[in-house]
Design a protein around this ligand. Sequence first.
Ligand code: TMP
Length: 209
Amino acid sequence: MSGIFLTFEGIDGSGKSTQSRLLAGHLEAAGFEVVLTREPGGSPGAEDIRRLLVEGEPGRWSAETEILLFTAARRDHLERLITPALEAGKIVICDRFADSTRVYQGATRGDLRATVDALHVQMIGREPDLTLIIDMDPDIALERGLARGSGEDRFEEFGAQFQHKLRAGFLGLLEDFPDRTCLIDGTQGAQDVGREIASLVDTYIAARA
Ligand code: TMP
């Protein structure tokens, strides 16, 4: 039996993490076994790599080096957590996955999308079953993201123009992967967004059954 792999994507401050938690609660209440996880991170080794990536100066790594580090973290996460959970028939909800690398590393500081995709095929070779892309005005999202003061602001420090490029990149994924991506309006209140997502995922699961 194979599980279901759901991912959330969007710019920093779009509300993905809140929505991942709400969806996990909704599916658990419906009786599913759920694994809620995130990238970069999700396994002890990948969490170590996360700290290298999200802390420090924006110019600390080139986009090329980031591609390698994010892919290394993803490989460990996949081997140790995601694949075993899916093989056990669980629903895996992941806050970001390879689409974030396609956008953050592949489409912001030069056109590195082909490099991202080639390494993905070699080292990961797995796409989500369903990807929820939360759309949000980048200026509002950036304020929300920086207001958190998490100390993990390396990508937010690239500034507003970078966030606008990211939004365009995420919208582009809808055309690249029309079969598995859905756009969600993140400007409504969190509970309303949560209800919309819950209903969409319920419909998806019912159609698969
Ligand atoms: P988070 O704030 O959603 O936990 O993600 C941490 C940062 O890492 C966020 O600014 C997006 C960035 N990121 C990438 O640049 N590439 C990736 O592949 C992933 C997964 C995240």
